[in-house]
Design a protein around this ligand. Sequence first.
Ligand code: ADP
Length: 447
Amino acid sequence: MPPRARTAWFRTLGLLLLILAAATVLGLLSGQLFPFLTVTALGIVAWHYWRLRKVLIRLTARQRLTPSNSDGVWNELDRLLYRTQGEMRARKRRLMEMLRAYRAAAAALPDAIIVVERNSQRIQWFNEAGTRLLGLRYPDDIGASLVQRLQPMPLAHWMAAGRNAEPLETYSPFNPGATLSLRLIPYSENLWLLVARDVSRLLQLEQMRRDFVANVSHELRTPLTVIHGYLDMLDPEEQPDWAPMLAEMQRQSQRMTQLVEDLLTLSRLESQDHLQAEEHVSMASMLHTLRREAAALSQGRHQIDIDDSAHVDLLGSGKELHSAFSNLVSNAVRYTPAGGRIEIAWRPDGQGGVALQVTDSGYGIPASHLPRITERFYRVSTSRSRESGGTGLGLAIVKHVLQLHEARLEISSEVGQGSTFSCHFGAGRVRPHDLPAPIDPPAPVHS
Ligand code: ADP
């Protein structure tokens, strides 16, 4: 107990004892001890009840009543209540100001923010951008079902994923010209935050960038074909002095042509968000072709093995899949020194799907480079890539092709030991074998 309260308590106790002592003396003097004591005790009780009533009035009163200045325990209680009330009011005011500031900040955000009750999926609050981007109306839509209110946006299925929901890109129901990116953020036990951002401008810029790259590549294609054609026509034997220069020019024009082709392939892949046409891709002949290409590139410098233990085919685009796989195979050959081993395997991945794995015993990739290795023009060693005829776009093409097939690329590598690039396809893309594997023509018999 604080000293001031203790003093007040003792003072009131002392006063009561004094009154009782005085009543006892008066009672004894008058010979009426018990009536005197009873009346005094009743007076004391009445006085306490009266003070208790005052405390109750203070607690229930709306305005703040100033405490009186006397010293008794009831006045001390009064004073403490008065102080606590003051502190609580100040705290409440501070909290209200903070809440108002937060609401004002949330309301001013350019992104639409909606607070949704988790179980009922009803709207609890939304900011001004919620009206601008999603057409929500205040106060009619408070308490409305979010999914119904934002139809025809495909939200029901998406929200069922809850915490694991990937950002969703969709058209605004309010303004079909605008594309929104939606994110679901569970921020408390029973409240979710739905954030909708207008990404139309971003997508437009992205599209402009893609168009620019595609147009430039397209424009470069014709002049390059002409230069390449004329260079091919020049005979180094006619001008032996020029032979090394001619060879270098042919090599460089070949590289530029390859670069333009890869850029065009990437632009084409990027402009699709799903496969245009799907077909049954025979993996036995795919493996056969990959082996042939690897052997042609390797020129006998590597041991090339094939392992087809999956015995299944794929559903997808044969052309795109071939382009992705042959990029992996060509990398394996180019980044493995002579005498190394390359294995192309088509096997179950142990997770219900199948994987095409290209393993080499080459230079390997330091772990720090792996997260960025599929970015365009990202190379571990630029000189090694250039020397081996790389464009820096191979793995970017692989990533896009796999994305179109809902597949994923896994890379494991150890410097000096080699690398494994695995393309994992889900069970939905797997089809039973239809044709037997083509048989390599028998090697010519030398007499
Ligand atoms: P590039 O045309 O340069 O080969 P890619 O996109 O195919 O471009 O590959 C990006 C980079 O990843 C390469 O420059 C190389 O450094 C590294 N890389 C790719 N495959 C392998 C591999 N099998 N072994 C070692 N490094 C590799």
